[in-house]
Design a protein. Structure first.
Lengths: 500, 327
């Protein structure tokens, strides 16, 4: 194993591969920082060019763009409350609050360090346990997805800080928005009002850009444009010893959680970061700090989404299953060169696999070296007066919403939800539960209906599948456990007078 | 002040005129077609089969046309947004597209959908037969057993497809119609999940392209029962055809370059000859084979004769499935 990895480093340290790794990571960071613009577009443009270089060089650069983008996604989430990609939504919750309190530097540094640590841990996981994990990926069928998604939806309201009732309302509205478009089984149009543009439903990127990006800008403008995003000092750049101590646990847990979710084909980084956030909030001795700028709320989810991004390679390299469009492009990039991922991939193309692994270690280190000095520069952005900053932010929101599908309609969707998001913020309604329900709802419907087709209408199938049953039991138990302290508190209050 | 304004507005106006003038000069082109980049618009997102294959083909088209060919993913409305945009584009040869199968079915499903015959078909790019795959532990050892079982047990056999109304759904429904059997469907969102679901035993079989099954086939999780073609595939000569096993069914996946109707003869001639040159390149043939597609150039008029028949068959099938919304 170590000999293989040494061979990998030999491949990865060839000057050409090093250069492409760096170029990929740099480009990826840039893509990640810009809101809405994801790595898929860049990879598609590069695809024909990759035929000109050896397969290992091609995949090294493509992978660099991919994990580089995962690094960059948290930057705007922390600085201006606009997630660079959908998976960073959770990072806005505490990251932005930290920035507001003059702790943008530590937040960015912890996000970078957490991403680095999670990246390394996930690569180690990939190297040592990828082959056996392939079978787990395959055992995750429709009923297991249903159970995982039920669990996810049950926990959605824990991502909110205000009233539970309002969070449920938003989640319900998110579910409703998710039903727009073609019915997944019968192909019947729902809530499209005859519009062709709504056939595929509302896009996630325009929705996120609207509810977070445009709404955030509107709120700030309405607040009479503050002089700068942060009044007073932007504070220290590097995290303190205490910050590091507080982040260690969340980073490790986030990495593990993210790795497991990433393996599942179709389990995505949003779910991973959300579960990590909820876990940290539940485990914390001071959960009331969450939403107010708790560093654990940045470290955990950031680690989780990076770890999930890396472990998404497991189904790709072991089974040749791409779990998202970026992975599909990497698969194509390899297949064009006559390298087909799958069970024989690691043994037949040892140089490609180990070279990729080694380059990911190098690339992650490069990203850290690249990103830490940049933090000083980023936090100076906060000194810019908002009236100069917001047109640029809006511009990037427009570009981000447009480029996904090259669609003006999506820009319109973003604007509508921008106004709606503004109204929500003014009425203390939180967007996070809405987005999560919007993502999870359609997946749940599709998988549930398919499960029932396969089981010929019987719900008994959930009791026959151990993984599914475990998740469902968790979904049932967690809310009860969660409300125990409150109930206990109420009981002692009732008893108290008797004791006196 | 007033004079200053006047002068400056003259300068601005002059400058604007110069820019506009040069702009139109570029737009109209000074020489023969093509004199600027050609937009190849596809209605599907990046990473899909159409996207990946056309990105491989595009450099060869560029070489033949002498101008950049830029791929645009105009996504939305189950493909309708992109298809409509191409139909409504100027037939000046600077907007072309590729596809065909999805359009053949969706044209009967949505009242505002473009029809196959709203376009001029330039050339077929690839043509690849579908294969029948089953889970590794499936009781069916060959295609005949599968079909016989389905005939004896109507509705018991199910197929995994990449979505209701998708090409793989219609292909399997077409198979059932042709063979006079009744089968159920298990729809997924896309090809990847459908193949994983099949390997996990959620459906009895799936009809799709070889590259979709390739890796799980290598992993020993799937088996291929046969190729839905009259002769063995040059890419997989070891696989028997369905016909060899006594199952009379052919199903081909294809794509063809097309453009809005009404182009001038010069533009058409240029595009057709460029396609002929690009799509007969031996290197491109090899590259497409790596993603399991069989480069199969066919000139527009010849392809159209075949497409007419395909159109009729698709319509008949959709009518039977009760999916036709318009004629």
């Amino acid at each position: 194993m170590l000999v293989d990895l040494l061979l990998g480093f030999q491949v990865a340290f060839e000057w050409q591969n090093l250069a492409f790794c760096f170029a990929g990571a740099l480009l990826g960071t840039l893509i990640g920082v810009l809101p809405g613009i994801g790595p898929a577009g860049a990879l598609a443009l590069l695809l024909p060019a990759t035929m000109a270089v050896p397969p290992v060089t091609a995949i090294i650069m493509m992978a660099g763009i991919y994990y580089g983008a995962m690094y960059g996604g948290s930057t705007t989430a922390i600085l201006v409350n606009i997630p660079g990609e959908a998976a960073s939504i959770v990072t806005t919750l505490d990251g932005y609050q930290m920035a507001q309190k003059g702790r943008a530097g530590p937040a960015l540094a912890i996000a970078a360090l957490g991403s680095f640590a999670a990246g390394l841990l996930a690569i180690a996981g990939l190297v040592f346990v990828a082959p056996p994990l392939a079978d787990i990926a395959l055992s995750f069928q429709s009923p297991e997805f249903v159970a995982l998604l039920v669990l996810g939806l049950t926990l959605t309201s824990y991502i909110a800080f205000g009233s539970k009732r309002r969070a449920f309302m938003m989640a319900a509205f998110g579910l409703l928005l998710g039903t727009i478009g073609l019915d997944p089984v019968d192909g019947v149009e729902r809530l499209t009002f005859g519009s062709t543009y709504l056939l595929d439903g509302i896009g996630l990127v325009p929705l996120v850009m609207g509810l977070f990006g445009v709404a955030e800008v509107l709120v700030n403008i309405d607040d009479n444009i503050r002089q700068s995003t942060v009044s007073g000092s932007v504070g220290r750049v590097m995290p303190s010893r205490n910050d590091l101590k507080d982040s260690a646990g969340p980073t490790l847990r986030g990495s593990g959680l993210g790795f497991l979710i990433g393996i599942i084909p179709g389990g995505n980084a949003i779910i991973a970061s959300m579960l990590s956030y909820i876990t940290e909030r539940k485990l914390s001795r001071t959960p009331e700090r969450f939403g107010q700028g708790a560093i654990e709320g940045v470290a955990g989810p950031e680690a989780a989404n990076n770890s999930a991004a890396v472990s998404a390679f497991v189904p790709l390299v072991t089974l040749g299953i791409p779990t998202n469009s970026v992975m599909a492009l990497m698969l194509a990039g390899l297949m064009v060169q006559g390298v087909s991922p799958g069970p024989m991939f690691i043994s037949q193309h040892a140089d490609v696999f180990w070279g990729l692994m080694a380059s990911m270690i190098i690339g992650n280190a490069m990203l850290l070296v690249l990103n830490l000095p940049l933090i000083g520069l980023w936090i100076r952005l906060l000194k810019i007066e908002y009236r100069y900053l917001f047109p640029v932010l809006l511009l990037f929101c427009f570009i981000g919403a447009y480029v996904v599908n090259n669609s003006y309609f999506d820009v319109g969707v973003m604007l509508v939800f921008g106004l709606f998001g503004f109204w929500m913020r003014r009425n203390r309604l939180e967007p996070a539960p809405l987005i999560l329900a919007f993502v999870l709802g359609p997946m749940l419907e599709e998988n549930l209906r398919r499960t029932l087709i396969v089981s010929e209408g019987s719900f008994g199938i959930f009791f026959e599948r151990p993984i599914a049953l475990t998740f469902l039991c968790l979904a049932l138990l967690l809310p009860i456990i969660g409300s125990l302290p409150a109930m206990a508190g109420r009981l002692t209050k009732i008893r108290a007078p008797e004791d006196v | 002040m007033l004079r200053y304004l006047k002068i400056s507005s003259f300068v601005v106006a002059g400058f604007a005129a110069a820019v506009l003038g040069s702009g139109t000069a570029i737009a109209q082109g000074t020489g023969a077609y093509p004199s600027k980049q050609i937009d190849l618009m596809i209605p599907w997102p990046t990473g899909g089969r159409t996207d990946v294959s056309i990105r491989m083909i595009a450099p060869y088209l560029e070489k033949a046309l002498g101008q950049p060919v830029v791929i645009h993913n105009k996504v939305g409305g189950a493909g309708l947004v992109g298809m409509t945009a191409v139909r409504d584009a100027a037939p000046d040869g600077y907007t072309i597209s590729t596809g065909g199968i999805a359009m053949a079915s969706i044209q009967y499903q949505k009242s505002n959908a473009p029809m196959l015959w709203d376009y001029t078909w330039l050339a077929r790019t690839y043509s690849t037969p579908l294969v029948v795959a089953v889970p590794a532990d499936s009781p069916f050892r060959n295609a005949k057993e599968l079909v016989d079982y389905a005939r004896a047990n109507p509705g018991k056999v199910t197929h995994a497809n990449s979505g209701t109304g998708s090409s793989t759904h219609l292909a399997s429904a077409g198979m059932a119609k042709k063979l006079g059997i009744r089968i159920g469907q298990v729809p997924y969102k896309g090809e990847g999940p459908a193949v994983v679901g099949l390997a996990g035993g959620e459906a009895s079989f799936s009809l799709g392209l070889m590259p979709a099954f390739k890796t799980l086939l290598d992993a020993g999780k799937l088996r291929i029962l046969g190729v839905a073609d009259t002769r063995r595939s040059p890419l997989h000569p070891e696989l028997p055809t369905l016909a060899e096993q006594g199952v009379d069914f052919v199903s081909i996946a294809f794509e063809a370059l097309h453009m809005p109707k009404g182009a001038s003869p010069e533009v058409l001639a240029k595009l057709r000859s460029a396609a002929q040159q690009a799509l007969n390149d031996a290197e491109l043939r090899e590259r497409l084979a790596t993603i399991g597609l069989n480069l199969a150039y066919q000139d527009g008029p010849e392809f159209v004769e075949w497409l007419k028949q395909y159109d009729q068959e698709t319509k008949a099938l959709m009518t039977e499935l009760g999916m036709v919304q318009k004629d």
